[in-house]
Design a protein around this ligand. Structure first.
Ligand code: NAD
Length: 431
């Protein structure tokens, strides 16, 4: 069952239960989502054909506050995946101490095969499908894989049309012009970069010139790459779904970013097709080698950052991994079997619920600004992000060091489970 993300999440909880101060009855309650809505979405595509899509919204737990979690458009979306991701959101918001519960949504689709008009119609139809269960004080969606500020704008507009007035606070990750916050787009990558720096401080190692491989060069991977590159680390490999680029001396992260921003694939970048002028004629940068995503994971680097999909570090490849630390930017990239092997090998893993929490932290800051009808400058947002993710990092390390826990994930889970369980205990059982 290692490939089932929900089983993986339950196994992570079970690993932490032994150490967490949580009543067993409450713990059992925490293993079940509050509710999941499945919606059927018939959409007339630009081609004139009608395609019937399937979508979900899972509300996992709301003991600590309104539900919060992204919406993913991807062919591999399933009810089990959405429920696992909603559970991880619950533990993440508790770990970084936001007044939220956890939720997640998804639509089974291949966005690459849809036009912008198709995506708009699909997003609006999905929003209509779930609109009775979302709302600024109920459940607040945000972007995730293959969704972005434009998607959030369509969701906000559709919800607002039904309400009869503008409700920016119903989603976060919006464009600035309609209530978004500065710093949201790069927030998850910034958080990944910050925790990587904190990990190196904790390990008493120098991040300058440390080698880093990043799987996935989307929103999270590309921003993490850029910020780590700026902080002096050496990003030697990165990838997208088409393949990976590797240069042991370091990649030209800025040129890669420009290439991907212009719609290019990494495979084309490595082949030299469409490579932008940023790298051309600049003798500092060699041509990178083409490697596979599987090879990227086993490179001999200081830090491996999975920033694409879940379940990529498994029992099958864990023995081949050579990175000395892993920072989980993606949700659920490591299966439980692989996790145990990494703990035995003393490889530090900064767990997803901490490493990628920058996005939900800045989503919270956007939601607060919307409620205040006030906007903060980027410096305030970034300082608050750094303070909050830094505190969560310190608390996780303290739990790990003082409670003698086997790994950072168990430390993070014990904190998150204890906080969520306490909220349930105070609130009691209804009726
Ligand atoms: P994205 O769609 O912007 O980018 C995903 C990247 O992964 C792309 O480069 C894509 O080509 C690559 N990819 C997709 N499938 C792949 C595969 N099978 N093998 C290798 N590469 C593959 O998505 P994102 O927003 O950057 O999210 C990446 C991960 O981070 C996801 O696990 C997501 O849940 C998690 N996350 C995102 C946010 C956020 O704010 N965007 C917040 C927290 C966690």
């Amino acid at each position: 069952m290692a490939d089932d993300p929900f089983e993986n999440m339950l196994a992570q909880m079970d690993r932490a239960e032994e150490y967490a101060d949580v009543d067993h009855g409450v713990f059992e309650r925490l293993k079940h989502p509050e509710r999941t809505l499945k919606v059927t979405l018939p959409v007339e595509l630009e081609s004139g054909e009608v395609e019937v899509f399937e979508g979900y919204r899972c509300q996992f737990d709301s003991a600590r506050g309104p539900f919060k979690g992204g919406v993913r458009f991807h062919p591999s979306v399933s009810q089990r995946e959405v429920e696992a991701l909603a559970g991880w959101m619950t533990w993440k918001t508790a770990l970084v101490d936001l007044p939220y519960g956890g939720a997640k949504g998804g639509v089974i689709c291949e966005p690459k095969e849809l036009t912008d008009r198709d995506l708009e119609r699909l997003t609006r139809r999905y929003t209509e499908g779930i609109r009775r269960m979302i709302g600024p004080e109920v459940d607040v969606p945000a972007p995730d894989m293959n969704t972005n500020p434009q998607t959030m704008a369509w969701m906000m507009d559709t919800y607002s049309m039904y309400e009869g007035y503008s409700v920016p606070q119903v989603v976060t990750g919006k464009p600035l012009e309609i209530g978004g916050t500065p710093g949201r787009v790069e927030a998850t990558g910034r958080g990944v970069s910050l925790v990587t720096e904190r990990l190196f401080e904790y390990l008493d190692r120098d991040l300058t010139d440390a080698t880093i491989a990043i799987q996935g060069f989307g929103n999270v991977g590309s921003n993490a790459a850029r910020l780590l590159d700026e902080s002096g680390a050496n990003v030697v490999a990165t990838s997208d779904v088409s393949g990976a680029a590797y240069d042991p001396d370091g990649l030209d992260v800025a040129a890669l970013g420009a290439h991907v921003d212009a719609g290019g694939l990494i495979e084309e970048y490595v082949a030299g097709d469409l490579r932008g002028s940023a790298g051309e004629g600049d003798s500092r940068w060699d041509d990178p080698d083409a490697i596979t995503n599987a090879e990227l994971l086993t490179l001999d680097v200081d830090v491996l950052i999975p920033a694409a999909v879940e379940g990529v570090i498994t029992a099958d490849n864990v023995d081949d991994l050579r990175a000395s630390a892993i920072v989980e930017a993606a949700n659920g990239p490591t299966t439980v079997a692989a996790d145990k092997a990494l703990t035995e090998r003393d490889i530090q893993v900064v767990p997803d619920i901490l490493a990628n929490a920058g996005g939900v932290i800045v989503s919270y800051l956007e939601w607060v600004q919307n409620a205040q009808e006030f906007s903060w400058p980027l410096e305030t947002v970034n300082a608050e992000l750094e303070r909050r993710i830094g505190t969560a990092f310190d608390e996780t390390i303290e739990q790990y060091d003082t409670e003698g826990l086997p790994d950072l994930r168990t430390a993070a889970y014990t904190l998150a489970l204890e906080r969520t369980a306490k909220a349930h205990e105070y609130r009691g059982l209804f009726p």
